[in-house]
Ligand binder design. Structure first.
Ligand code: CP3
Length: 316
């Protein structure tokens, strides 16, 4: 997750010439950006260079990234008519550049490195579409959800269908595993998660399931409703650092787990960083089915050498 990105000098250099959307839409460059961290970091899997917000273009919501501010959605979802007129689009045609990137990466990638395709979960995508960009409080999203629940359910159902089809297409293009990112779902109460978000992650994962690739269900801030989060689907449940790995594992039952280093631990001195990595490995206790990962994305302030040191420590 966020293997490439601003903490990598090679990536920053490419970004001086191309916008993030230009990189995503150019399969040759995107494949290069996907492969670079695999060589630098020695990780066991590559994540395709793309973004969860790319479907907003074919949904005709308009997408730009502004430096320092993050994503901007030009025509955010405000009312029922906006949801009703959302087009159903062909993912192979409209997001074919992501599929082409996957095909290119598969050709170059060593046999023992897995390739991960991904998409945003309906709740997290809806939050960007309604807020018009990033948010701390998700006020517009929650107002929409409570004020017009029927429209909310229609919107998320449409997103779930699109996301499921997009994930399936990524598996058919060569992704070995598929990750659903519900990055902001932790802003919901357990009850609201069950009512307003879980059914649509379940639907997206069920559609993706038909393509046969293993599914990773990623979320942050999910400790208060982890059982429901796991029940929504996925062969692997990803957890963040707000819950100890063993405590999370005992609550999700017979499922693989992904996580859960605090990303800021990569900014700590070596001793503290190593202690935190070892603590996670101790809690995993050698049980099969643990994917070591950060609990969320690599922070832009991170030193590449610190990431590499963690990879080597875990491999050791
Ligand atoms: O190796 C990789 O980096 C994989 C590619 C990847 C990107 N985005 C490229 C990107 C992945 C897996 C994502 C997922 C993504 N995008 C998520 C889910 C994971 C998470 O971190 O929660 C979300 C919420 C987004 C939406 C998004 N994209 C935001 C909010 C931003 C701006 C804020 C920021 O971190 O800069 C982006 C931009 C973005 N997408 C960058 C990258 C490498 C960094 C900015 C840049 O290059 O200008």
């Amino acid at each position: 997750m966020r293997q490439a990105g601003r903490y990598m000098p090679q990536y920053r250099k490419l970004r001086q010439k191309y916008s993030i959307l230009e990189l995503c839409r150019n399969p040759e460059l995107a494949a290069k950006v996907t492969l670079e961290p695999v060589h630098r970091l020695g990780v066991d899997a590559a994540i395709v260079f793309a973004d969860i917000l790319l479907p907003f273009e074919p949904l005709r919501l308009g997408l730009t990234f502004t430096p320092g501010e993050g994503p901007r959605i030009e025509r955010p979802i405000r009312e029922a008519a906006d949801v009703e007129r959302l087009p159903t689009f062909n993912v192979e045609a409209e997001l074919g550049f992501v599929l082409d990137t996957l095909r290119l990466v598969r050709r170059e990638l060593a046999d023992d490195v897995a390739l991960i395709g991904f998409a945003g979960a309906p709740f997290t995508l809806a939050s960007y579409a309604i807020e018009g960009g990033s948010s701390r409080t998700f006020t517009k999203t929650k107002r929409f959800m409570y004020q017009t629940p029927d429209t909310w359910h229609l919107f998320l159902s449409k997103l779930a269908d699109m996301v499921g089809r997009f994930l399936g297409a990524q598996a058919r293009a060569g992704a070995h595993a598929l990750q659903l990112f519900d990055s902001w779902v932790g802003c919901l109460s357990p009850d609201d998660y069950r009512t307003y978000a879980a059914p649509y992650s379940r639907k997206a994962l069920a559609i993706a399931r038909e393509a046969g690739a293993p599914l990773i269900h990623f979320g942050t801030g999910t400790a208060t409703f982890l059982e429901d989060f796991a029940a929504a689907g996925g062969d692997v449940v990803s957890v963040d650092w707000r819950i100890p790995l063993d405590a999370a594992w005992s609550r999700i039952g017979d499922r693989a787990i992904q996580g859960n280093l605090e990303p800021a631990a990569l900014l700590a001195p070596e001793g503290e960083r190593t202690r935190q990595v070892r603590d996670i490995l101790k809690r995993a206790a050698g049980r099969p089915g643990h994917i070591f990962n950060l609990g969320h994305g690599v922070l832009p302030e991170t030193d590449v050498a610190a990431v590499r040191a963690v990879v080597d420590l875990v491999h050791g």
